[in-house]
Ligand binder design. Sequence first.
Ligand code: FES
Ligand code: FES
Length: 161
Amino acid sequence: MTKVTMTVNGKSRTADAEGRTLLVDWLREGLRLTGTHVGCDTSQCGACVVHVNGAPIKACTALAQELDGADVTTIEGMANADGSLGAVQQAFQDYHGLQCGFCTPGMVMSAAALLKDNPKPSEADVRHYLEGNICRCTGYHNIVKAVMAASGQEVAPVAAE
Ligand code: FES
Ligand code: FES
């Protein structure tokens, strides 16, 4: 067991890690940051996406010990300073981009990474970028709308049900 320290959501955090401890487990079990989800453990679903040194990664694919000293942002770091939802989170709420919410942390982290690189993506860009994030509930349509809205582009309102 080794002590691993990373800057997580702007604060220095330390927790033990074995050589085999995955980043997602270090975050969830070591730091109790359980917003990052585990949907598959085989690097397919994207529920575990976090940002490491500014880039999105699937946290089930990285070893915590190898990331000692890294700068990590999780879904808990996406809210505004006053605790209100960040812009991407708010758009997911406004455009019904979630149902059960299991995939949502990873979706939000991937969407935020896309918008950093491509602030005005096309719908095709969004769909392509989110290919590594699986949602069992929504059919993706409102997720794409939410990301488009978060980019400040005009999106048709969600129809009343
Ligand atoms: S838990 Fe990491 S990709 Fe599914
Ligand atoms: S909202 Fe349920 S898996 Fe995406």
